[in-house]
Write a protein that binds this ligand. Structure first.
Ligand SMILES: NC(=O)c1ccc[n+]([C@@H]2O[C@H](COP(=O)([O-])OP(=O)(O)OC[C@H]3O[C@@H](n4cnc5c(N)ncnc54)[C@H](O)[C@@H]3O)[C@@H](O)[C@H]2O)c1
Length: 326
C-alpha cells in the first residue's frame, strides 16, 4: 500500500524531509501546505507532483492522508497537532514543540487521551555514535557533562524573535538538552543566565538572548552545564557534548565521538544519515503500527521542552527552577 503524506511548510527543512520521503518505496507526498498557494504549488511540483494548499484545514479536508509532517516554525504549533489527533492522523513534528509551555501541554494531554503515532525531530538520537555512547556508558559512572551550541544566528527572520522561536536554548540547544536526557537521565533542576551582547546591535528586532549558560542537576546526581551563543560568524561554530566519567572522557560532536580512557584515543565516525533513519522509523510505524524504532515521541519530547522552558523561566526570574513532572 502506498502511504499518502501531507507536508506543512515549504522551507529548508520541509525540503529535506520531502526529499528523503520521495526516495522511499511505497511513500507518496500527496499534498504540501505553505503560507501561499504559489509557494506550495512550486514545492509540490518538485515532489511527485503533489497538490498545493495554503491552508492546513483545507488540505486535511480534501485529502485522505496517512500521516502529516509539521515542519513550519515553532510559533504555529498547536492547532495542527490537535486537529490531527482529533482525526486520528499520525504526525511527525519538528522540534521545538512550542515557544512556551501551555500549547505543548494541551497537545500532550490530548495525545495521552487518544494515543496516536507521533514522532519528533530529535535526529541526533538516531546517530550510531550516540547509540554506541549509551552502550559504552553502562560500565562507567558519569560525573559531569559539558554541552555547547556555539554558532551563528540562523538567517530566517522568525528565529531572532523571542515570540516566534522561543530563543536559542528552546529552538536550537534543545537538541543537546534532549541528548543529555537520552544519554544521562532525567532533569531535576535548572539555573540559567542569559544575556544580549552583540546581535541586537547588528540587526533590527532581535529579541532573543545571544549568550546563555544553563546549569543542570539530574535526578541521578549528574551535574551538567549547557552553554550557547549565536554571535559567531559563519563557519567557526562548535556543537557538542563532553562527558567526564570515572573511566575517562567521551567527547561527542555531530561528526564523531572520541573516547579517551587508559591507552590510545578511539574515534567513532557515523556512517548512517540520522535524518533518513528518523524518517524510516516513523514511516515504518505508520505502515505497521510498530513504534519501537521511534526514539522520540511527543510525550518524551515534551520532557525536553519542559527543561528548555524551565531554563527560560530561570533566566527571567533569576532563580533556579525545579522540574515537577519529569
Ligand atoms: N531537526 C533539525 O536538525 C532541524 C534543522 C532546521 C530546522 N528544524 C526545524 O524545522 C522547522 C522549520 O524550520 P525551517 O528551517 O524549515 O524554517 P523556514 O523558515 O525555512 O521554513 C518554514 C516554512 O514554514 C512555512 N509556514 C509558516 N507558517 C505556516 C503555516 N501556518 N502553514 C503552513 N506553512 C507555514 C513558511 O512559509 C516556510 O516555508 C523549525 O521548527 C525548526 O526548528 C529542524
Amino acid at each position: 500500500m502506498t502511504l499518502k503524506i501531507g507536508m506543512i511548510g515549504t522551507g529548508g527543512f520541509s525540503q529535506l524531509h520531502a526529499s528523503i520521503l520521495s526516495k522511499m518505496d511505497g511513500v507518496k507526498i500527496q499534498a504540501i501546505c505553505g503560507t501561499s498557494k504559489e509557494k506550495a504549488a512550486k514545492m509540490a511540483f518538485q515532489h511527485q507532483d503533489a497538490n498545493g494548499y495554503d491552508h492546513f484545514l483545507e488540505m486535511v479536508d480534501a485529502e485522505k492522508l496517512d500521516a502529516v509532517y509539521i515542519v513550519a516554525p515553532p510559533m504555529v504549533r498547536g492547532k495542527m497537532e490537535l486537529e490531527l489527533i482529533e482525526r486520528n492522523i499520525p504526525f511527525f513534528v519538528e522540534k521545538p514543540l512550542g515557544i512556551e509551555k501551555e500549547i505543548p501541554n494541551k497537545v500532550l494531554q490530548s495525545v495521552k487521551q487518544k494515543p496516536l503515532i507521533t514522532s519528533v525531530g530529535y535526529h541526533f538520537r538516531y546517530k550510531n555514535s550516540i547509540q554506541y555512547m549509551k552502550e559504552h556508558l553502562k560500565k562507567q559512572k558519569i560525573g559531569i557533562v559539558l554541552g555547547k551550541w556555539m554558532g551563528e544566528m540562523p538567517r530566517v527572520n522568525w528565529w531572532r524573535n523571542q515570540e516566534k522561536s522561543g530563543g536559542q536554548f528552546i529552538e536550537q540547544t534543545t537538541h543537546i538538552v534532549d541528548l543529555l536526557r537520552f544519554v544521562c537521565g532525567e532533569v531535576e533542576e535548572v539555573y540559567a543566565m542569559y544575556g544580549n551582547r552583540v546581535m541586537h546591535n547588528q540587526y533590527e528586532n532581535v529579541t532573543v538572548a545571544d549568550v546563555g549558560t544553563v546549569s543542570i542537576r539530574l535526578q541521578n546526581g549528574i551535574i551538567a552545564n549547557l552553554t550557547n551563543t549565536c554571535i559567531l560568524p559563519d563557519g567557526v561554530g562548535e556543537i557538542g557534548m563532553k562527558l567526564y566519567t570515572d573511566k575517562g572522557t567521551l567527547d561527542w560532536r555531530p561528526d564523531r565521538l572520541e573516547i579517551c580512557e587508559n591507552g590510545p584515543k578511539s574515534e567513532h565516525i557515523d556512517t548512517a544519515d540520522p535524518y533518513v533513519l528518523e524518517n524510516e522509523a516513523f514511516i515504518h510505524a505508520v505502515r505497521t503500527g510498530d513504534t519501537s524504532q521511534i526514539l522520540s515521541d511527543y510525550s518524551d519530547a515534551y520532557k525536553t521542552h519542559e527543561v528548555t522552558y524551565a531554563a527560560l523561566e530561570s533566566a527571567r526570574s533569576g532563580v533556579p527552577i525545579k522540574l515537577t513532572t519529569n
